[in-house]
Design a protein around this ligand. Structure first.
Ligand code: AVJ
Length: 325
């Protein structure tokens, strides 16, 4: 293995890691989790008994699919097209797509995701299970997907599910939704999933499960850097930490160094020292009350028109109408 020639620009991954480990305290962006293995582990998380988010949101979609589609289509005769940010395996979306097909016979679905493997699986499965849905996958970050969103034509329905918005600070969430809305016409519909603020005794196990799947998901970040940036992280010298930050109303995941150590990241040409107990912040998952989400929606040009909740009152699905910037 030769180090990358210095004239070549660094990959997005390399520069994100260089930046994140150069900062104090150290922090890495959560999109780095989602290599093929990371996407698989996340799917496993969604099936854990402790991780109620996915089940709660799915139950909302199953109960209300037809009325959601009716609401989204209100005021237009045009066909609805669906764009989903962070589609992943798109299992939950199937319920909505079925409702759309019931209403208008067929549907165009544009799943956007950073993981190509997850997109491929989703596309193949939908093509098999829902032949009336045309799938046009886009492998990109949310921000880079705008041209694809524009290309789907009028009357779009944008899905941002699973409380993925919780990875962003409010001002970042607002600017992401604003960016997306630049590709929307007034009247477009946004479905925004948001996990609610609740007892940390419920929240924390969802991010530190008994089977250790979330710990493996967190640590897979180091495996990815070992493989893709020729690093030498010793996975046994790191501990998964999930904690509740009450002031910021967020669950945080960190990787904590269990001893003093040096890590060589060859593709960066850097050696990093980690103290015993030093933490690298790998993810924040904000937990919301309704006014906070409604503020985000309004700030990005969406009118919050309705909120749907699961029977156990844990998770909200907000319906926002785009009225223009
Ligand atoms: C995909 C960002 C919504 O924050 O709950 C799950 C990711 N991280 N367990 C979340 C995640 C650890 C998940 N989101």
């Amino acid at each position: 293995l030769k180090p990358r020639p210095s004239t070549e620009p660094e990959s997005d991954i390399a520069s994100a890691v260089r930046q994140g480990l150069g900062r104090s305290p150290r922090a890495l962006p959560p999109w780095l989790f989602y290599d093929a293995r990371g996407s698989e582990l996340f799917e496993e998380i969604t099936r854990l008994p402790e991780y109620y988010l996915t089940r709660a949101e799915r139950s909302i979609l199953e109960t209300h699919a037809d009325s959601i589609v009716q609401w989204a289509a209100r005021g237009t005769e045009e066909r609805l097209h669906v764009v989903e940010l962070g589609a992943g395996s798109a299992v939950k979306t199937g319920v909505l797509l079925e409702a759309i097909v019931r209403r208008q016979g067929r549907a165009l679905y544009v799943p956007v995701d950073i993981s190509e493997t997850a997109l491929q699986d989703a596309t193949l499965r939908l093509q098999r299970e829902q032949p009336n849905v045309e799938v046009r996958p886009v492998a990109a970050t949310h921000e880079a997907a705008l041209p694809a969103i524009r290309a789907v034509g009028p009357r779009r329905m944008v899905l941002f599910l699973g409380s993925s918005i919780g990875n962003y600070e409010d001002n970042e969430a607002i600017s992401l939704l604003q960016t997306v809305s630049r590709a929307l016409a007034p009247g477009a519909a946004l479905l925004l999933g948001a996990d609610r603020r609740k007892d940390p005794a419920v929240l924390l196990p969802a991010y530190d499960d008994a089977a250790g799947v979330t710990a493996a998901f967190n640590k897979n970040l180091w495996s990815r850097l070992n493989r893709e940036l020729w690093a030498d992280f010793d996975l046994d010298a790191w501990r998964h930490v999930a904690l509740w930050n009450d002031e910021r109303s967020q669950v945080e995941m960190h990787l904590e160094s269990t001893r003093p150590q040096q890590v060589h990241i060859r593709a960066l040409g850097e050696r990093y020292h980690f103290a015993q107990g030093e933490r690298v912040h790998t993810e924040s998952s904000v937990k919301y009350d309704r006014p906070r989400i409604e503020h985000i929606l309004r700030s990005a040009g969406f009118v919050p028109e309705a909120v749907l909740t699961d029977p156990e009152d844990r998770f909200d699905l907000h319906l926002g109408r785009f009225i223009g910037a």
